[in-house]
Design a binder for this molecule. Structure first.
Ligand code: HEC
Ligand code: HEC
Length: 320
């Protein structure tokens, strides 16, 4: 029955006759192939009504479309209904800081594409590639569930601010983690929100505890300031770990995972993980790097924060 109609249709136009000659009876053996012709919107095709054709041509795609819309709507409702943040997150005041469900979902996909192979699916720093990064020495990819972060604007022992996570992801960590600047601000924020929601699972501080004194007037870079900084470097015992020349000493120090760690070579700014601007180095000195032997000096400088700039200038003067 169908074949009869197909033959009638193929006889229809001269174009179709040419096509039929080209395929020399092959078309008749292959009904699937012939259906391709039947979709040509000619009057002949439209008049030869056939239920199967209608289903294939128009009904089937529209059914698939309807099913797809239905699935999207139901998933959206289900996600919206989930109590996804736990009670600590809902205690946060600023709802934009919490990130929408869509932000977290996007963050999750970015994480599975860009971070999972190092940081692991549970955020424990045990991704497939992690063992090749720090088999015997510091650093290994961070374990986000341990809530211990090196690069913060908050005091030692606290969680970082969202902006700290964003900065680390944007800038990367020289030698160990690529910069994700190319993702753009929105995507970087989304993946940072995902880290917090999925792994850190606690509210992050929203204010810095680093007290910045204005970096102007007597606290600008000068030979005098560098000289004062050199004195501070010895007085405060930085040389005990970083050595007199700043190149580091061959001491056996360990991080809190028991991995061997070297004090940073201060003459090589390009290795600094926490950034190399005046403000970045000031922040490193004030907050310390949690999980490593590098302590916080915020107490030592309390009330005379301006002196810390001298130390920053001395460290920058070591680079060559
Ligand atoms: C090539 C491996 C690698 C990839 C890929 C990677 N990281 Fe990392 N990440 C590391 C390593 C190694 C460290 C620890 C570096 C250190 O302690 O100096 C780290 C540390 C971090 C830290 C903690 C910094 C701190 O304050 O202690 C954050 C946050 C982070 N990564 C986020 C991400 C995100 C988000 C992605 C994906 C967009 C990502 N990382 C992709 C290797 C990686
Ligand atoms: C107990 C040993 C110790 C002392 C004391 C110490 N540091 Fe460190 N410091 C370290 C270690 C270890 C690292 C490397 C951490 C790492 O690899 O992440 C480091 C890293 C640094 C960095 C690089 C941070 C970055 O961006 O990666 C700077 C800058 C620095 N120290 C400055 C100082 C100054 C200034 C002092 C004195 C006020 C000081 N340190 C005292 C152990 C020490």
């Amino acid at each position: 029955m169908i074949e009869q109609k197909q033959r009638r249709f193929l006889k229809g136009t001269s174009k179709n006759r040419r096509e039929q000659q080209k395929c020399k009876g092959y078309c008749a053996q292959e009904p699937e192939h012939i259906f391709e012709y039947m979709r040509i919107p000619s009057t002949a095709a439209r008049s030869s009504f056939d239920a199967q054709q209608v289903f294939r041509g128009a009904l089937k795609p529209s059914l698939i479309l309807m099913a797809a819309i239905w699935i999207v709507v139901v998933t959206a409702i289900a996600l919206e209904a989930q109590p996804h943040h736990g009670h600590e997150m809902s205690a946060e005041k600023d709802p934009t800081e919490r990130g929408s469900v869509a932000d977290i979902e996007m963050g999750k996909s970015i994480y599975s594409m860009g971070c999972i192979h190092c940081h692991g699916s549970k955020g424990k720093g045990d991704g497939a590639a992690s063992i090749f990064i720090g088999p015997y020495s510091h650093p290994r990819p961070n374990d986000f569930t341990a809530s211990r972060f090196k690069f913060r604007s908050t005091e030692s022992g606290s969680l970082p601010m969202l902006t700290d996570l964003i900065r680390t992801i944007r800038e990367g960590i020289p030698g160990f983690m690529p910069s994700f600047r190319n993702l753009g601000d929105t995507a970087i924020r989304q993946v940072a929100l995902y880290l917090r929601t999925a792994f850190i699972q606690r509210q992050l501080p929203t204010e810095t505890t680093v007290k910045y004194v204005e970096h102007v007037g007597p606290y600008t870079y000068s030979v005098e300031s560098v000289k004062r900084g050199a004195l501070l470097y010895r007085e405060m015992g930085c040389d005990a770990c970083h050595g007199e020349s700043g190149r580091g000493r061959q001491d056996t120090l360990y991080d809190d995972r028991g991995l061997l760690i070297m004090p940073m070579d201060l003459t090589r700014l390009e290795g600094f993980g926490n950034g190399t601007s005046h403000e970045d180095i000031y922040r490193t000195i004030m907050t310390g790097l949690d999980g490593t032997p590098m302590p916080s000096y915020s107490d030592a400088f309390r009330g005379k924060e301006e002196n810390a700039w001298d130390l920053v200038h001395y460290i920058l003067s070591l680079a060559r």
